[in-house]
Design a protein around this ligand. Sequence first.
Ligand code: OSB
Ligand code: MG
Length: 379
Amino acid sequence: MRIERIELRLVQMPLIAPFETSFGVETIEEHIIVRVDGDGITGWGECVASEGPWYSYETNQTAWHVLRDFLIPLVWQNELHAASEFPQLAARVRGHRMAKAGLESALWDWFAKAQNKSLAQMFNALQTTQRDYVLPERITVGVSVGLQATPNALVEQVRAYRQEGYTRIKIKIKPGHDVELVRALRAEFPTLRLQVDANSAYRLRDADIFRAMDDYNLLLIEQPLSNDDIFQHIKLQRELQTALCLDESIHSVDDAEAALELGACRIINIKPGRVGGYTEAVKIHDLAAARNAPVWCGGMLESGIGRAGNVALASLPNFKLPGDLSASRRYYRQDIVEPEFEVDAEGKMRVPSGPGIGVEVSQKNLDAVTVSTQVFKRK
Ligand code: OSB
Ligand code: MG
């Protein structure tokens, strides 16, 4: 059982509509697709870094460098028996978690296929929360709505997503575009499951803005203060009724433990890319479960390759809140997997049950979005 070949592809996928957050606008999603081959089995993974260091310090160029020069050589130099062994090998490389997660996710697919198991089954076996947990066939998912030109445009966009089936909506906020957006949505949709995401755009002195949000029955407020911060979030959470949820500040199970124990948040957004892969993601899931803190699966506008693993992860028992896991067509005119991911009239998504990621990669669609490729082989 050996991997003999690894391929990296830089892909650029045009988004159906620009996605605007407090840190910028994205129109084309650039990611790295990782393919590993050996013993006649192909594993696929996705690195969710972006073109620029806006959401995190990683970019596709730093990820490519770290994959090529440090992470891929680890696969040649070590005998791997499971994808969950990879993080220990990669621990010598500080940070660069998206790069690590990109390769680890391809290894997860490869090992899962070698055992004829779905990723959901693999992650279920790894989790320690409920040993005999019966995986769901479908999970409730949500949609993350970018900043819109006007509050009215936001209301109409949310109405359209609700008509498509989504029952949980997250909106992006930034200074000057916050409470009044929540107010406008609440006036129109009084019982909608609604949450907001600031992507680190505020300071503690803006606490009044978040206090005002306490009146609108939000599920949570995501990452209001600085990326990497724990201390200021503790102070803010003390002032609020609404639960804070951390995204950018949580890079590891240790960060998650600190944040929950110190009261910096009550909920955690788990993004496998941000925490170095699915192995660490499951550890955070288990830690949060032991502390009675719900988690949910965040997204990085993944293609169907990354989405497949995220949906599998989100089928674990402590993913108590719907994730940012939307249908392929919410993002892209054409996904690179078949079948594409869909959301039904009840706002649910099917968890792939076939081996590994459980969807087929369309070579034609992948080739159409590939801008560069590099192949590495075992010597
Ligand atoms: O903060 O959750 C975020 C997308 C890119 C970078 C950061 C975030 C997001 C999203 C999109 O909110 C979630 C999705 O993939 O649908
Ligand atoms: Mg976020």
